[in-house]
Design a protein around this ligand. Structure first.
Ligand code: SF4
Length: 523
C-alpha cells in the first residue's frame, strides 16, 4: 500500500471513529515494511489515544529500532510477539527467525516502557517447553503469556486432522515435518474432535467476527474486507493447486471461488485506492455477504463464513481461549424468556422442549451433554417444568451432572452457568406438600458449587458459576397480576455473564444472587 493511500486512510476525521489499528501480516510481517516506523509515528501524531496493536515474529531490526517503536506507541498499544518455542525450536515454525535476536528485541521494547504479550503456538516439537517459556516471559516482563492451540492441522477438504505437515525448501524438497501436539491440553478442540456432516454448513448459525467486533480488514493491495479469511480465499495456494490444508469443494460456485467472485463483483467499490473508507463501507458488497448467511450452501451461502464462524467447528477461535467475544454459547430453554434472550444475544445454539429435547428425558440429557462439548459456555437454564408440577424430576441437576462428567472426561475448558432462583433461599414448610421447584433448585445450588470446587481444586479445567435470580423482567412477568414494575433486567444478567467468563482464567466466580426491590420507585 502506498504512503499516499495510507495518509488518506489515516485522516484525522476517520481516526476519530476508530478504537484500534491492528497491524498483522496475512502473508508477511508488518515490521518488514520499509516505512513501518514512520507509518506508526504518523498514526500516533494524528490519534494520540488510538490503540496500536501489532503482531510480529520480532525477528528483524535492532534494539534501538524496537525502543523507538515503543516510545511512539506509548501507553496506548501492545505488541504480540509470536515466539513458538525456545532457542532450539522457535525457528522450526518461524523459519529463519533467530530466537536470541527476538528476545533481545522484545526486551528492548519492554524496557522502553511498552506492553508486550508472548504468543506460543504449541506443536509436538515444543510442547515440553511451554512452562519454561512462560517463566522466561515473566522474567523478561511480558504482560501475558498465551498458549495457542493450533488449528493448522485441519484438512479443509476431508475435514480430518493431518498427522504432520511437511516443511519444504525453495526447491520443493521436504526438509522435515511438524506435527500437532500430543498433550491433550494443548490440542485444538475443533481439530481433535472433527465430527461434522456436510449439512452442518447450511444449517449452522453464523456469528460473524467482523460484525460482532465492528472491524474491517484492509489488505496490502487496498481491499476493504470483513476479515483475513476472505483475503485467504483470494491468494492461498490451496485454491489454485494441490496444497495443504486443501480447499473444500463447497468453497467453489460454478468452478469459481465464491468469495473471490463476490469480491471481484464489487472490487472497485471496496478498493481504498479508488474510494474512501466511508464509501467502501456503504457498498452493496456488505449486504450481499450478510444476506448469504440466510441461505444454504449451494444456494448463495458463503462456505467460508459457515466454516470459520459457525457454531461447532471453530478451529480459528479454539486457538486462543482468552478471546471471550469469540466464545460459542449453548442455552437450554432457548425458546422463551431469559433463555431466548441470551441465545439471541450470543447468536448461540440451544434446545428446548419445542425443539425436541427435554431435560426430564435421560436420553435427551445424554444428547445435550454430548453436544455441549462443542461450545465454550453452557447455560443450564431450562427448568424441568413449571413450579409446583409433579413432573419435575431434578432434570436440571441431572443435566449438570452429565455435562460435568463428559467435560471432565474430555479435559474440556470452558464455562458452565447454572440458572437458579431465589425461591430456593426461602425455606418454607412443605404444606400442603413439598414444592418440587424450590427443592430442585436447592439441589442445583449445591451441585453447582461442587463443580466450582472441582475447578478450585484443580480437578477440572472448566469453571462453573451459579446465578440465582429474583423475578425477571420478561413479557411473562409483566403479564401477571403481581407485576409491580420491578424485575431483574435481562441485559444485566448478560453483562454479568460477559464479566464472569472474562475474569482471569485462574479464577472462578462460584455464585451470584440478583435480588429485586419489588416496590422500588427510584428514577
Ligand atoms: S468469514 Fe464471514 S462470518 Fe466470518 S468474519 Fe469473515 S465475513 Fe464474517
Amino acid at each position: 500500500m502506498s504512503l499516499e493511500t495510507l495518509d488518506r486512510l489515516f485522516a484525522v476525521e476517520t481516526l476519530k471513529n476508530i478504537h484500534q489499528v491492528f497491524f498483522c501480516g496475512s502473508y508477511g510481517d508488518p515490521i518488514v515494511h520499509p516505512n513501518f516506523v514512520d507509518i506508526v509515528r504518523k498514526l500516533r501524531e494524528r490519534a494520540p489515544t488510538v490503540w496500536i496493536y501489532i503482531h510480529t515474529n520480532g525477528g528483524v531490526h535492532d534494539p534501538v529500532w524496537w525502543s523507538t517503536l515503543a516510545n511512539i506507541i506509548g501507553d496506548y498499544g501492545r505488541i504480540d510477539f509470536n515466539i513458538d518455542g525456545l532457542a532450539d525450536t522457535n525457528h522450526l515454525y518461524r523459519r529463519n527467525v533467530i530466537f536470541d535476536k527476538v528476545i533481545n528485541n522484545a526486551q528492548a521494547f519492554i524496557k522502553a516502557g511498552a506492553k508486550a504479550k508472548w504468543n506460543f503456538i504449541v506443536f509436538k516439537h515444543n510442547q515440553h517447553q511451554v512452562d519454561e517459556a512462560r517463566m522466561l516471559s515473566t522474567l523478561i516482563g511480558f504482560e501475558e503469556f498465551v498458549v495457542r492451540k493450533t488449528g493448522r492441522f485441519l484438512d479443509h477438504e476431508e475435514l480430518t486432522e493431518y498427522d504432520e505437515w511437511p516443511v519444504k525448501n525453495n526447491q520443493g524438497q521436504t526438509e522435515y515435518v511438524i506435527e500437532p501436539p500430543t498433550i491433550d491440553q494443548y490440542r485444538n478442540a475443533s481439530t481433535k474432535n472433527v465430527n461434522i456432516e456436510p449439512s452442518y454448513f447450511s444449517e449452522t448459525k453464523i456469528k460473524c467476527d467482523a460484525m460482532e467486533n465492528k472491524k474491517v480488514v484492509i489488505t496490502a493491495e487496498g481491499l476493504v474486507l470483513p476479515c483475513n479469511f476472505f483475503e485467504h480465499n483470494m491468494y492461498d495456494a490451496r485454491f489454485y493447486q494441490d496444497a495443504k490444508p486443501g480447499a473444500n469443494k463447497m468453497s467453489f460456485v460454478d468452478g469459481e471461488n465464491h468469495v473471490q467472485k463476490i469480491i471481484n463483483k464489487y472490487r472497485d467499490e471496496i478498493d481504498i485506492n479508488k474510494t474512501s473508507l466511508e464509501r467502501a463501507m456503504r457498498s452493496e458488497f456488505w449486504t450481499e455477504v450478510m444476506l448469504s448467511w440466510e441461505k444454504e450452501i449451494g444456494c448463495g451461502r458463503i462456505f467460508e463464513c459457515a466454516f470459520t464462524c459457525g457454531q461447532k467447528l471453530t478451529k480459528v477461535w479454539d486457538q486462543n481461549k482468552s478471546v471471550t467475544h469469540a466464545y460459542r454459547y449453548y442455552v437450554t430453554g432457548n425458546n422463551r424468556g431469559l433463555g431466548k434472550y441470551l441465545s439471541d444475544e450470543y447468536v448461540g445454539d440451544g434446545c428446548s422442549r419445542s425443539s425436541g429435547l427435554d431435560i426430564t428425558n435421560p436420553d435427551d440429557i445424554q444428547k445435550i451433554a454430548k453436544d455441549s462439548l462443542m461450545y465454550d459456555v453452557f447455560i443450564n437454564n431450562a427448568f424441568d417444568g413449571p413450579p409446583d408440577t409433579d413432573w419435575a424430576n431434578y432434570g436440571q441437576v441431572n443435566l449438570l451432572q452429565e455435562v460435568y462428567k463428559i467435560w471432565k472426561e474430555n479435559n474440556k475448558s470452558g464455562h458452565i452457568i447454572n440458572i437458579s432462583s431465589v425461591g430456593c433461599r426461602d425455606i418454607v414448610a412443605p404444606e400442603p406438600e413439598f414444592e418440587t421447584y424450590r427443592v430442585a433448585k436447592a439441589a442445583l445450588d449445591y451441585a453447582s458449587k461442587q463443580c466450582a470446587a472441582s475447578f478450585k481444586n484443580g480437578i477440572v479445567d472448566f469453571r462453573t458459576t451459579l446465578i440465582t435470580l429474583d423475578r425477571l423482567d420478561t413479557e411473562l412477568s409483566r403479564s401477571r397480576d403481581n407485576w409491580t414494575g420491578n424485575g431483574v433486567d435481562l441485559k444485566d444478567i448478560k453483562n454479568f455473564i460477559d464479566y464472569l467468563v472474562s475474569v482471569k482464567r485462574n479464577t472462578v466466580i462460584q455464585d451470584a444472587v440478583f435480588y429485586v426491590n419489588f416496590n422500588h420507585k427510584g428514577v
